[in-house]
Design a protein around this ligand. Structure first.
Ligand SMILES: [Zn+2]
Length: 76
């Protein structure tokens, strides 16, 4: 599978870890961690999600973002 480039800075990604059936990549340049999936896969998943799931995802993602920013701010 192709390593997806960083959605933030377009830098090269390295394998970070696996979550379920998805691989997370970490940007070598800015350390941003993102899912190594194609835009088609993201579209497919989004297409199948209902409004409830979208809301739930937004809440979960906000929590993850908060944790991530917390970790980054501590590392600096
Ligand atoms: Zn990056």
């Amino acid at each position: 599978m192709m390593m997806k480039k960083c959605p933030v800075c377009n830098g090269p990604g390295v394998k970070e870890r696996r979550v379920g059936k998805y691989c997370l990549s970490k940007c070598r340049v800015c350390s941003f961690v993102y899912a190594n999936v194609t835009d088609e896969e993201i579209e497919q998943v989004n297409f199948n999600f209902g409004e409830f799931v979208k809301c739930h995802y937004r809440e979960v993602q906000s929590g993850i973002d908060a944790l991530w920013f917390d970790r980054i701010s501590r590392a600096c």
